[in-house]
Every structure is written in structure tokens, then in C-alpha cells.
Design a protein around this ligand. Structure first.
Ligand code: PMP
Length: 377
């Protein structure tokens, strides 16, 4: 079996699983309990936060543990919008965002916030001139992903952060789910960052929200006041410790893994380009862990099944939106033709992707191509 669906989820690293098991067995205590064992668990939790801070070169930021990036995005976007509503009502996003951002912004719109979409260039990047034109003193929140989960294009986070320095009321939130372990995370002048453990060989059900100012946000979950009052509920120390380990490993391995994936990506691009009618959707400068291609005239679902029969696990546009029949907005915003959108598939790689896998993929690709060749437009 060849697993090329790592943007959907990755295989947990065995040392991360070991940490999870060990902490569950030895430190299952409630870190809020005042007794000696509770204090030990609390210390471990604090160590995990510090490990994340040092792995990501953070300074005064606060690390909040959540259940995943969906929760981190909800917590940041709603929390900031509610906290800042007396200063302004405008929120800026783009259609490129993951549903865990876009749908939150749309929900906020129904609550009286004004939602503006920044244009996207053909390369799938935020149009900075358009963003400048949308900025005003009413903007309280700008949200942008670091790396796109469907095409892999990288957004100009530094440029946006620099622009927003002139708008001190505007909070800048970055969904860095597909960036951690792939690029150096940009934290300078970014107000909050969402991460998800299972995208970098950690565990599902574990997320992080990095916040640079606790006063900018209102809690959306109320209760016992855990996680600095922002996320009430008994803290899952084992999974948070495991996540800190996954972040540390991802950062340590980043450079070697990315050099290997640049080769994998280029080899596949060269190979696929030889096949008439197949197009490569991902821009050339996209993060190499994602390669989006299209067989115009053939449905993505048909291709996923055909590859699956050959033992290759891939996805259509993304696991999160592939169950919905509507044409993908991200690819549409990039000016990609409808047949290239409907016929698109995403290959995504991680630390476990070997150069040797490519040979197996080439055989599978050739077989699938022969099966669907007649349908290609
Ligand atoms: N943002 C991006 C860019 C993603 O790729 C994902 C996962 N597909 C999420 C947010 C949500 O992460 P999770 O499902 O772990 O909450």
C-alpha cells in the first residue's frame, strides 16, 4: 500500500505514541488537583508548553492546548471577534481558507460582522494590493492560512503582518496547519496561530493555539477555567505531552524531510508531464508535500477509486470537502477550469514517503491513465 494522503492525516510517530502511553500510565492525574501527583502532572504540562515554545522560537506567546485546529480556529476567530466588536465589525478572509476558518467567518457574518473576501491571484496567493484596499480602521480581524491544504501554495504571511502593523486594531490569525514541519513558522507580528497534531505525525484530537496577547480574546468555552480560562475542561496531559514531542520532532526533521520531498515532487512532476492531457494544478513554488494534478474529463472520485484499486491512497480536492458535490472554491478562485477542478486529485507526502515509493506510484499511474485515457478532454 502506498499512502499519499498525508495532507489529510499522517501516521503517528512511534515515539509520540510511546510518550502518550507512558504519560497515560504514569501521570494520568488531573493537573488541576492540588495534591503531589496533580502537581507532577501540572509540571509535565508546563514542560510540554515550554518545549513547544522553544521548538518554535516563541517568546512571550501563550500556548493553549485544544482538540485540533478546527477548535483552535473557532476559538481564535470567534474569541477575537467577540472581544473586539466594540472597536469595529469588519473581518477579512479569502475563499482559500479551510472550512474551519471560512465557515466560522460566515457564521460571524450572520451575527452582524461584515465579512470581506480578499482576491486571490492565479498562483493562489493573496492579492496584497487588494488586501491594502480593503483595510480600514473598522477591520478587527484578518485571517489567512500559511500553506493551502489543497494546492500547497504558500501565502505571504510576512507581507500581511507588515501591512497590518499600520492597523493596530486588526488581529492577524494564521492557520498554519499545513505549514508546521514544512516551513519555518512565521510568528513575528502574527497574533495567533492554529496547529493540528495529526498533520505532523502527532495524534488526532490534539491541537494548539498560540496567542500573543491574552487580552485580545474572549473564551468561547466556559467552565472550570483551564487553559488560562480559554478552554475549560480537564486537560488531557498525555496527548498534549505527545503533541509537544511531535512538534519538536517535526522541527528537527524539517530540513532533511523537505530536501527529500523537493526531489519526490520534482520527479513526479517530470513523470506526470509526459502524459498527454494530464495537468499539474499546484504552482511550481508550492510546498513540495502537496501535488495537485488533474485528469480533465474524469471525475476526481473515479480517479481516487482507480488509484485505490492499485493500492495507492490519494484524495480528491481535500478530505474535508470531497464529500460535498460543489465545485471547489479554492481552485475556482485560482482560475482553474471546471473540468480541471472536477478531475483534480491531491497527492501528499510526509517523512515516511520514500524515493522508492515513486516507482510503485509510476506503475499505478500508468495503469490508471490507460484505464481513463479515452475520457480525457
Ligand atoms: N486547516 C487546514 C489548512 C487543514 O488542512 C485542516 C485539516 N484538514 C484544518 C484546518 C482542520 O484541522 P483538524 O481537522 O485537525 O481540526
Amino acid at each position: 500500500m502506498l499512502y499519499f494522503d498525508n495532507a489529510a492525516t499522517t501516521k503517528p510517530d512511534s515515539s509520540v505514541l510511546d510518550s502518550f502511553m507512558k504519560v497515560n500510565q504514569q501521570y494520568f492525574y488531573n493537573p488541576n488537583s492540588p495534591h503531589a501527583k496533580g502537581v507532577e502532572a501540572s509540571r509535565l504540562l508546563q514542560q510540554a508548553r515550554n518545549q513547544i515554545k522553544s521548538a518554535l522560537n516563541l517568546n512571550d506567546e501563550t500556548v493553549i492546548f485544544t482538540s485540533g485546529a478546527t477548535e483552535s480556529n473557532n476559538m481564535a476567530l470567534k474569541g477575537v471577534a467577540y472581544q473586539k466588536k466594540q472597536f469595529g465589525r469588519t473581518i477579512i478572509t479569502s475563499v482559500l481558507e479551510h472550512p474551519s476558518v471560512l465557515e466560522v467567518c460566515r457564521a460571524l457574518e450572520t451575527q452582524g460582522f461584515v465579512l470581506k473576501y480578499v482576491n486571490v491571484t492565479k498562483a493562489g496567493r493573496i492579492d496584497m494590493d487588494h488586501l491594502k484596499s480593503l483595510m480600514s480602521s473598522d477591520v478587527i480581524l484578518v485571517t489567512c492560512m500559511h500553506v493551502n491544504n489543497i494546492m500547497g501554495q504558500v501565502q505571504p504571511i510576512e507581507d500581511i503582518a507588515t501591512l497590518l502593523k499600520d492597523y493596530p486594531k486588526a488581529h492577524f490569525h494564521v492557520d498554519a496547519v499545513q505549514a508546521l514541519g514544512k516551513l519555518p513558522l512565521i510568528t513575528q507580528d502574527v497574533d495567533s496561530i492554529a496547529l493540528s497534531g495529526h498533520k505532523f505525525n502527532g495524534l488526532k484530537g490534539q491541537g494548539v493555539l498560540i496567542l500573543n496577547n491574552m487580552h485580545n480574546i474572549e473564551p468561547i468555552i466556559h467552565g472550570g477555567g483551564q487553559e488560562y480560562g480559554l478552554r475549560s475542561g480537564t486537560v488531557n496531559v498525555p496527548i498534549d505531552v505527545a503533541s509537544a514531542k511531535a512538534i519538536r520532532l517535526a522541527e528537527e526533521r524539517r530540513s532533511d524531510m523537505m530536501s527529500a520531498l523537493v526531489q519526490v515532487n520534482q520527479t513526479l512532476r517530470d513523470f506526470i508531464s509526459q502524459y498527454k492531457g494530464v495537468c499539474i494544478n499546484s504552482p511550481i513554488d508550492a510546498s513540495p508535500h502537496i501535488l495537485n494534478i488533474a485528469f480533465p474529463g474524469v471525475r476526481g472520485e473515479v480517479l481516487v477509486n482507480a488509484f485505490s484499486k492499485q493500492g495507492v491512497m490519494i484524495s480528491t480536492t481535500s478530505a474535508c470537502s470531497s464529500k460535498h458535490a460543489k465545485v471547489n472554491e479554492v481552485l475556482q478562485a485560482m482560475g482553474i477550469s471546471t473540468s480541471c477542478i472536477l478531475g483534480s486529485i491531491r497527492l501528499s507526502f510526509d517523512i515516511n514517503t520514500q524515493h522508492a515509493d515513486i516507482q510503485q506510484f509510476k506503475h499505478a499511474f500508468d495503469k490508471v491513465y490507460k484505464e481513463v485515457k479515452e475520457l480525457l478532454e
